[in-house]
Design a protein around this ligand. Structure first.
Ligand SMILES: Cc1cc2nc3c(=O)[nH]c(=O)nc-3n(C[C@H](O)[C@H](O)[C@H](O)COP(=O)(O)OP(=O)(O)OC[C@H]3O[C@@H](n4cnc5c(N)ncnc54)[C@H](O)[C@@H]3O)c2cc1C
Length: 370
């Protein structure tokens, strides 16, 4: 029994299926996806939240015909709830129990809400999947919004809410913006730039205590708002499975094999080394490896340097690698353009920050990965 079952409906699941099909033209491949629609480009959700316009075809990674032509069976709105490794079966949300030869878990992650009273209220939203997008489009019209979390996705979301005609307050707990993606100077430049946006208020170093129907209550004040968005990180999700080694995510080796024979994992739900990456290109790369290996081929995953990118609220930003003030390097600021390079002792590139003019991003990322 060689059937490959893939749990999940994102880019990792898609790449798993395509790679497995290429590796083995005959194996039966079934994707069980919790989503009601075919796999799509999740990063596009932010921009699509800006209006109620038509969803473009390019949002979806491939059309229905593609899967039909490649004999990849995609079952939408069916979740894998439980894995029984000893029996090589999965229990599905529609009540079926299905056997697998190889199973790939590509179930991604879920948006996290900070645990404060009111966080599950009807006025609270996240933007993680298609359903969230549709809910936002239906329910969020012009009004006062608070975005809790001033990370890359929080800033993108704030941009889209402004475009929807809302006024927005971004509430960030850290004492500066994007501390994991920028040095102190870079954070300051971004803060100045964003502070100039109309209808936008930026609060940093604020702790949220409670959410009510009409406000976000802080330690030292209150933000009046009709709607609250959490952009406070993600948590890997996966079906119940006895014996599966999990740390921050499902622990995998360089072949994307989990701790259990015939079970692989890829994408946001998988932990390679110390890292659960949370990036689209990484999920895609992991998916390809899992697909090849599950279908009997040989391939090894090599982790790239993760890069941060932002093009929202008038800010263009690229950063990647290590930002350690003790490292040598060079830095230049010209108006709203900022460029800082961090060098290792041997002179090779350790990290880079570009704000404004990001034209060097591809070149620098190549150097970081060489
Ligand atoms: C709004 C937004 C913007 C983003 N922007 C960027 C960006 O600019 N750049 C970047 O690199 N990354 C970005 N990301 C992150 C990126 O989208 C993810 O890293 C990537 O989608 C992970 O792919 P994945 O396939 O591992 O998981 P997901 O894309 O999370 O897909 C997992 C799928 O599995 C389904 N699922 C979950 N549990 C089950 C189950 N038990 N059974 C069946 N199906 C299940 C889910 O419904 C989901 O469809 C963004 C994410 C969001 C939400």
């Amino acid at each position: 029994m060689n059937d490959i079952i893939i749990a999940g409906g994102g880019v990792a699941a898609f790449e798993c299926a395509c790679a497995a099909r290429k590796q083995n033209p005959d194996v039966k491949i079934t994707i069980y996806s919790g989503e009601e629609v075919l796999p799509y480009r999740r990063p596009a959700l932010s921009a699509l939240a800006a209006s109620d316009g038509e969803i473009p075809g390019t949002f979806f990674i491939k059309s229905k015909e593609f899967y039909d032509d490649d004999s990849i069976d995609v079952k939408c709105s069916v979740r894998v709830e439980k894995i029984n490794p000893a029996a090589h079966t999965v229990e599905l949300s529609d009540g079926q129990v299905v056997s697998y030869g190889k199973l790939i878990i590509a179930t991604g992650s879920a948006a996290r809400r900070i645990p404060v009273p009111g966080a599950d209220g009807e006025n609270c939203f996240v933007l993680r999947d298609y359903r969230d997008l549709m809910l936002i489009r239906r329910r969020v019209k012009a009004g006062r919004c608070a975005v809790i979390g001033g990370g890359l996705l929080g800033l993108e979301l704030a941009d889209s809410l402004l475009k929807r005609g809302c006024s927005v307050t971004i509430i960030e707990g850290a004492d500066r913006l994007l501390p994991r993606n920028l040095d102190v100077v870079g954070s300051g430049i971004i803060k100045n730039k964003i502070s100039k946006c109309g209808n936008l208020e930026l609060l940093v170093g604020k702790k949220v205590r409670e959410i009510t129907q009409s406000s976000v209550v802080l330690d030292d004040g209150t933000v009046p708002c009709d709607t609250v968005f959490f952009s406070t990180g993600v948590t890997p999700v996966y079906p119940e499975c006895d014996g599966l080694a999990v740390d921050c995510g499902i622990v995998v080796d360089q072949n994307m094999k989990s701790s259990i024979e015939d079970i692989y994992a890829a994408g946001d739900c998988a932990q390679f080394g110390q890292c659960v990456c949370g990036l689209y290109t990484t999920a895609s790369a992991m998916g390809k490896i899992a697909g090849v290996c599950a279908a009997g081929g040989a391939a090894e995953y090599v982790a790239d340097t993760p890069a941060a990118r932002l093009n929202a609220l008038g800010v263009k930003l690229f950063s990647a690698g290590v930002f350690d003030d003790s490292l040598a390097g060079e830095s230049a600021q010209n108006g709203e353009n900022y460029r800082r390079i961090f060098l290792k002792k041997d002179g090779s590139l350790a990290g880079a920050i570009l704000i404004g003019d990001v034209s060097e991003a591809v070149k620098l990322l190549k150097q970081l990965n060489s």
